[in-house]
Design a protein around this ligand. Structure first.
Ligand SMILES: NC(=O)c1ccc[n+]([C@@H]2O[C@H](COP(=O)([O-])OP(=O)(O)OC[C@H]3O[C@@H](n4cnc5c(N)ncnc54)[C@H](OP(=O)(O)O)[C@@H]3O)[C@@H](O)[C@H]2O)c1
Length: 475
C-alpha cells in the first residue's frame, strides 16, 4: 500500500510527487494517459518509491487508509469531473486535496458536497511553480481542522522552510480559506510584478541600459526590497537572445497574459467593499498591455511631446524608497482583504502565520515578510498594515520619495498605475474626512438615497428635499 496519491501528471503533479517521494513516502501517481505515466516513470530516480496508474480504481486501491489524494489538475470543471471519478472508489474519511488554483467558492461547494458523502475535501493553495513544487513550495491548506493531522506531517516535510527553519505551510482555516489566501497571494503577486515593471520603465526612461538596470536591481536585492521577483528580474535583464545576440528582454512582445487570480482578487475586493486599487490597477495594466494594436494607433495620434528629463542620480536615490512604500501599501491591501474575509466567513485567519509561510517557497517571498510576520504577531488585530508602527514609520519617512517619483513619471508622460494608485490609497486611507459628504448629498439630491449626519448617531438617515430648496438657485 502506498502512503500518498497524486492525481494529474502535469507540470506541478510530476514535481510534487517526486518531492513527496524524496521525503521517504511511497507515492501512487495517476494520469488518464498511459504514455504520460510511462514517460514519467522513466524519469523516476533510484530511491523514489513512485508507482504509476492509469485506472482510477487501481490508483485508489493502491493507497492506505485514510487515503490522501492530491489533485494537481487544471482548475475549474476538471476538478468536479475528477471528484465524480474518484467518489465511487473512496471510503468514509478518505481525503481529497485540491492543490490547483481553484476559485475558493467552488472549494466551499466541493467541501460540502464531499462531506455529505463522508469524504473530506481540502483546498490547498500551492505556490512556487515547477521548481518550488519539486524542492519546497509554500502551501496554504484549508479544510476540516480535525482531519488536517493526516496531511500535516507530509506537507510540513515537503514544503519550503523559511530562514528560521519554520515550514512554509500552515493550516489556514475551514472550507475555501486556503484557496482564498492563495488567491490573495496571487493578487499581491500581480502588484509586485507591476511595481517592478514600473521601476524598470522609469530607469529605462532615465537612460540606464538593461545591464545597468540589472545591476541596480541586484543592488536593491541586498536590502529591504529583497524578494524573489526582483532577483529574477535582475537575472532576466542579462539574458541574450540566442539568434540575434540582442538583450532577450528587448525581443519580448509587451503584451501580458493572465490566468484570472488577480481579477478574482479585485472582484472579491469589490464584492466585499474592500479597496484594493494597486492590485486592481495591476490587473488593468495587463489589460492595457494587451491592447497592442490600439496602443500603436494611439501613439501616432496622441503623441507624447514631453521631453524626457529624469536625473539619474536623483532617481537612484528616490526610486527604491518609492518602490518599497508602494510594495508595503499593496501588501496592506491584500492583508486587509484577508482581514475582512476572515470576519465575513468566520475563518479566524492568523495573518501572522500567513505572512510567515510566504517567507519562503512562493513567488512573493520577500525579506520584508519577516517584518509583516512580526507586525501581526505583536498586534494580530491590526486592521491595516500601514498603521502598524513599523510600517507607518517607513511610509512617513519615504513619503516625499514616492511623491517625487510620481511627479517625475507624470511630468515625463510615463504611466505608473501601480505607484500612483498606491499613493492614492495611502492618501485616502489617512484622511479623517473625505469629500464623500458631497457625494452623499449628490446621491440624495438625484436619487433620495439619504445620508447620515456628523452630529447624529450613524444609524439615523436623513433626506433633504434638495430640488425644492434649490429651485431658485442660479436661475
Ligand atoms: N504551473 C505552475 O507554476 C502552478 C503553480 C501553482 C499552482 N498551479 C496550479 O496547479 C494546477 C496544475 O497546474 P499545472 O501547471 O501542473 O498544469 P498542467 O501542466 O497543464 O497539467 C494539468 C493536469 O490536469 C490534468 N487534467 C486536466 N483536465 C483533466 C480532466 N478533465 N480529467 C483528468 N485530468 C485532467 C491534465 O491531465 P492530462 O495530462 O491527462 O491532460 C494534467 O495532468 C492548476 O490548477 C494550476 O493553476 C500551477
Amino acid at each position: 500500500m502506498n502512503q500518498f496519491g497524486v492525481y494529474g501528471m502535469g507540470v506541478m503533479g510530476q514535481s510534487i510527487a517526486k518531492n513527496i517521494a524524496n521525503h521517504g513516502y511511497s507515492v501512487s501517481v495517476f494520469d488518464r494517459f498511459f504514455d504520460v505515466v510511462q514517460k514519467y516513470q522513466s524519469t523516476i530516480e533510484k530511491g523514489q518509491a513512485i508507482q504509476g496508474f492509469t485506472q482510477v480504481e487501481d490508483f485508489v486501491a493502491s493507497l492506505e487508509s485514510p487515503r490522501r489524494i492530491l489533485l494537481m489538475i487544471t482548475a475549474g470543471k476538471p476538478v468536479d469531473i475528477v471528484i465524480e471519478q474518484l467518489l465511487p472508489y473512496l471510503k468514509k474519511d478518505d481525503i481529497i486535496i485540491d492543490g490547483g488554483n481553484s476559485y475558493y467558492k467552488d472549494t466551499i461547494r466541493r467541501e460540502q458536497y464531499c462531506k455529505d458523502q463522508g469524504i473530506h475535501f481540502f483546498g490547498c493553495g500551492i505556490s512556487g511553480g515547477e521548481y518550488g513544487a519539486l524542492v519546497g513550495p509554500s502551501m496554504m491548506p484549508g479544510g476540516d481542522e480535525k482531519m488536517y493531522e493526516y496531511i500535516q506531517p507530509v506537507f510540513d516535510d515537503i514544503c519550503a522552510k523559511a530562514k528560521d527553519g519554520k515550514p512554509c505551510c500552515t493550516y489556514i482555516g475551514k472550507d475555501g480559506s486556503g484557496h482564498f489566501v492563495k488567491m490573495v497571494h496571487n493578487g499581491i503577486e500581480y502588484s509586485d510584478i507591476e511595481l517592478i515593471c514600473e521601476a524598470y520603465q522609469l530607469l529605462k526612461a532615465a537612460g540606464f541600459d538593461n545591464k545597468e538596470i540589472s545591476t541596480i536591481f541586484h543592488h536593491w536585492q541586498q536590502g529591504e526590497l529583497n524578494c524573489y521577483l526582483l532577483g529574477i528580474a535582475a537575472k532576466i535583464l542579462l539574458v541574450k537572445d540566442e539568434a540575434s545576440r540582442e538583450d532577450l528582454i528587448d525581443c519580448i512582445l509587451d503584451t501580458a497574459g493572465q490566468k484570472g487570480t488577480g481579477k478574482w482578487t479585485s472582484q472579491e475586493g469589490l464584492d466585499m467593499g474592500v479597496p484594493l486599487p494597486t492590485i486592481a490597477e495591476s490587473v488593468f495594466a495587463r489589460c492595457v498591455s494587451a491592447l497592442k494594436e490600439e496602443r500603436i494607433q494611439a501613439s501616432r495620434i496622441l503623441k507624447v511631446e514631453l521631453p524626457i528629463a529624469i536625473d539619474k542620480e536623483e532617481l537612484l536615490e528616490i526610486l527604491p524608497k518609492a518602490l518599497y512604500s508602494a510594495k508595503i501599501i499593496a501588501y496592506a491591501q491584500g492583508f486587509s482583504l484577508m482581514h475582512h474575509a476572515s470576519k465575513e466567513y468566520n475563518w479566524n485567519l492568523q495573518l501572522q502565520n500567513i505572512a510567515s509561510i510566504w517567507r519562503g517557497g512562493c513567488i512573493i517571498q520577500a525579506r520584508f515578510l519577516q517584518d509583516i510576520t512580526s507586525a501581526y504577531t505583536s498586534a494580530p488585530d491590526t486592521v491595516n498594515l500601514m498603521v502598524s508602527p513599523f510600517f507607518a514609520k517607513i511610509l512617513l519617512a519615504n513619503d516625499s520619495a514616492l511623491r517625487k517619483v510620481i511627479n517625475l513619471a507624470v511630468n515625463n508622460g510615463i504611466a505608473i498605475p501601480g505607484l500612483m494608485s498606491s499613493l492614492n490609497y495611502f492618501d485616502s486611507y489617512r484622511q479623517s474626512r473625505l469629500p464623500a459628504n458631497l457625494l452623499q448629498a449628490l446621491r440624495d439630491f438625484f436619487g433620495a438615497h439619504t445620508y447620515q449626519r456628523v452630529d447624529r448617531p450613524v444609524d439615523e438617515f436623513f433626506h433633504t428635499d434638495w430640488e425644492t430648496i434649490t429651485k431658485d438657485f442660479y436661475q
